[in-house]
Every structure is written in structure tokens, then in C-alpha cells.
Design a protein around this ligand. Sequence first.
Ligand code: GUN
Length: 292
Amino acid sequence: MTARIIDGKAVAKKLRAEYKNRIAQLVAAKGVTPGLAVILVGHNPASQLYVSNKVRACADVGIRSERIEMAADVSEQVLLAEIDRLNADPTVHGILVQLPLPAHIEVRQVLERISVAKDVDGFHLYNVGGLLTGSTVFPPCTPYGVQKLLEHENVQIAGRNVCVVGASNIVGKPVAMMLMQQDATVSICHKLTRDLAMFTLLADILVVAAGVPNLIVPQMVRTGAVVIDVGINRLPDGRLVGDVDFEGVRKKASLISPVPGGVGPMTVTMLLFNTLRSAERTVGIEEAAPGL
Ligand code: GUN
């Protein structure tokens, strides 16, 4: 068996074109332009790049974005006051504080200050808790991107065995909750899991977000499984790879996402979608997120 390769870039492009149309309609019909505020504290080069990508993606689909830069030594009070200002601004529909934050700032305080209705990253405890009952306002972007890819590829979720490798707050745990909400049987594995292969071999759908190159080799994958690789690792030779031995596993899986070009392009796409949805909600356009 040789797996079909999921083209995350193409799916992201198609979705962004749809969102661009929806945004144009919202502007034309209601006079509302979705707005996203992105706060960047300090000069972390990776964060600067991520923020630039988000701002550019907003411009491409017609979302107004506001990039707010603060010095690395900004006080927590000043940062919280800025969030309060954005919470009160009706032209801002989404607020995102780029992580990581400098050590002197308490991350939870900051994330909890963002209005739940504008928490397009899905990191506020209310949104995190909502994942448990399927009532989240905004699903977090990377897990939401995984779900959208599975949906786009018509992968059946209900009744399937899912194994999530990696139990982080931003990927592993939320993706597990989202797929459990859709009636999958989910196991969550992590650094201390003994006999990892025993779990991965049971999986009809294997989602890997551990940050360990080549963690998943063909012997650990069930023939015909769907394999979603959320890992992003930079090798010493400069290559970007996921957590899955792609060349080996693609011969055994039925469907596989590559790195780069799989889940990656979906994360910012879902941020755009959450921001659009937030703006639509302010004018009373409601839509249940599928499966959530
Ligand atoms: N840093 C790395 N990934 C993310 C993300 O998805 N959102 C935010 N706010 N910060 C990040």
C-alpha cells in the first residue's frame, strides 16, 4: 500500500479563497470588516516571523490586522491594559498574544484577560474547558486545522481508534478532545508511555505531535492507517521534518500528511476562520462549527 499524500497547502488555499469571499460578503452586506489584533512582546525572531505570516495572511483575505509591538521589559500591567483596550474596541474581533512571553509575565493572567468572544487562538480557559463538552467558542487553531484536513479528506472519525502521540496543551490534548467529541476512541500517549507501539498499532488514525524526528517508524503503524504529522523539527543539516519517518510510513498508511506542507498551512488558515466567525457573530450570523 502507498499512502495518498494530503496537500495541506492546497486545502489551505481553497479554504482561504472561501473565507475571502465570505469576508467580502460581510463587508458588503453589513459594513463589517473583520479585525485581528496581534500583540508581540520582545524580539524573538521565530515569533516575529510567525506574526508577520499572520499579518500577511490577514491582508490576503481582507481581514484588517493591527500589529502591536511591546518591549521585552514591558510590565504585565501595561500589557493587560492594552488587552482591556482591545477587548473594548468594537472594530477588533480577534486578539492574539504571541507566545512565548518573557519570564516576568504570567502567561495565564494574560490569556485569561482576553475576552472569550475575541479569543481566536482558543487559549482562554473557558475555550479550553469548552472542548470537554463540545461547547468551545473558538477551537484552537492547529487542532482545528487537523480536524479540517480529516474532514476535507472524508476520513470517518466516529467509531475509529485514534492514537494521539504528544499531550501538549496546544496540540495533543485539544486534538484528542475534539476527536473524542466526534465519537472516536482516543488514547493519548506521551514521553512516559511504555510500549508506545502497542498503542500506535491499534490506531486507525494516528496524530503525532511530540517534537521528536523519526519517532514513528513503519513497524508502529497499522496497515491502511491515516497518519497526521503535526511535528516540526529542524535537523542539524537545516532540513525541516516532522515526527514521522515519512518515506517509510507512506508505504504502509492509506493517507499521510507531509512536513512541510501538511498541517502547517492550516494553522494560520483556522486563525483567519476564527476571526471571520467572530466578526460574523457580532452581526448575528451563527453557525455551529461542524463536529464541535
Ligand atoms: N506560539 C507558537 N504557536 C503559537 C500559536 O498558535 N499562538 C500563539 N499565540 N503563540 C504561538
